[in-house]
Write a protein that binds this ligand. Structure first.
Ligand code: KG4
Ligand code: ZN
Length: 341
């Protein structure tokens, strides 16, 4: 089965073709980062308009680059939610129109299920069951994964998502957007031990998270330093390092707890923040210590992409899931309401 995947939930347009025999044939990404940079975050209306401009030409490119004729496409998968409603509507409408024109089924994919399954596109892939840490710009969740579509939420952030915290801290430090890679780059020249940030909610049981306190802590640290003199590049690097260490430590502690609590020995990390090198190293150390295995996708499959949507959609289409012609954009869509396969 060959599936065209379309991702338009936020600020990247992703188009990919996945074939369940030949693998990933093409994975094209257009990032709107420069469009939103001057606003310090995603402007939804601008995002929708840019998806309209980019999606069809990118589908054309993907078909041409792989020499795929419309008659060779067996299904179309698009991100149906969660995300920005206008942006989701673009991908959903284009998918329904193409599905009707090509007479193939369409399937709306849950964006976080896409992230969760992205490591399955790698040669070294996890087997079920496993614990998944989903860390993106909008979500921070620990999920027990029994199989495809069989998800049990173990814990989640009560306020900001981990990626959102990175973005906000980077904004306060004037490091630019998106904040994750910017903080990671600045942290590389930070002096270890100059600042120590709290590890929120690690002193109480459970696997929920809270990252908004780190935002306040960052703000106060910047304010105290600025009261003495203007922030230097070294100050920013030192704060970025302390911030990153706090997020990484907190995520590591909760992942260990989730593994111990469920008795599972496989951990999968997915979503934009799972591209973070320091997080990967810390989770490797932790999982080695408790004889667990860690899995993740290559960095470009951790952040938003069309490949994960094509892959997840292919699994659901093969399982017999399809939709009618209704255009389904679901800005809020709890993952544990998904039908099992
Ligand atoms: O999964 P994703 O691409 O989009 C959403 O579904 O939200 O995640 C984007 C988030 C952003 O907050 C970005 O700052 C963060 O992932 N991110 C990172 C890194 N790369 C992206 N955070 C930390 N370290 C990174 N290397
Ligand atoms: Zn995402």
């Amino acid at each position: 089965m060959r599936v065209l995947g379309i991702e338009t939930s936020c600020d990247e347009t992703g188009v990919a073709i996945y074939d369940d025999e030949a693998g990933l044939l093409v994975d094209l990404l257009y990032s709107q980062v420069s469009l939103h940079a001057e606003f310090g975050g995603v402007v939804p209306e601008l995002a929708s308009r840019d998806h309209i401009r980019k999606t069809l030409p990118m589908i054309n490119d993907a078909m041409q680059q792989t020499g795929t004729a419309p008659s060779e496409i067996d299904g179309i998968a698009y991100t149906s939610g969660p995300g920005l409603v206008g942006a989701l509507l673009v991908g959903a409408s284009i998918s329904k129109a193409l599905g009707l024109a090509w007479n193939v089924p369409t399937i709306g994919v849950h964006h976080m299920e896409g992230h969760l399954l992205a490591p399955m596109l790698e040669e070294r892939r996890p087997g079920y069951p496993f614990v998944a840490l989903l860390v993106s710009g909008g979500h921070t969740q620990l999920v027990s994964v029994e199989g495809l579509g069989r998800y049990q939420l173990l814990g989640e952030s009560l306020d900001d998502a981990a990626g959102e915290a990175f973005d906000k801290a980077a904004k306060m430090l004037a490091l630019g957007y998106p904040g994750g890679p910017a903080i990671a780059a600045a942290a590389a020249s930070g002096v270890d031990g100059r600042f120590r940030f709290p590890r929120p909610m690690t002193d109480r049981p459970g696997v929920d998270f809270s990252f908004s306190g780190l935002k306040t802590f960052t703000m106060n640290t910047i304010r105290d330093l600025s009261a003495q003199s203007e922030l230097t590049e070294q100050d920013r690097a030192d704060i970025a390092l302390a911030f990153q260490q706090a997020v990484v430590d907190t995520l590591t502690i909760k992942c260990r707890r989730a593994l111990e609590q469920t008795g599972l020995d496989t951990l999968v990390i997915a979503g934009g923040v799972s591209a973070n090198q320091s997080l990967r190293e810390s989770l490797h150390t932790m999982s080695d210590a408790i004889s667990a295995s860690l899995f993740y996708a290559r960095p470009q499959l951790c952040t938003d992409n069309g490949a994960m949507i094509a892959y997840a959609g292919c699994q659901r289409l093969k399982g017999g899931h399809t939709e009618g012609l209704e255009i389904l954009a679901r800005p809020r869509w709890p993952m544990d309401t998904l039908p099992p396969l």
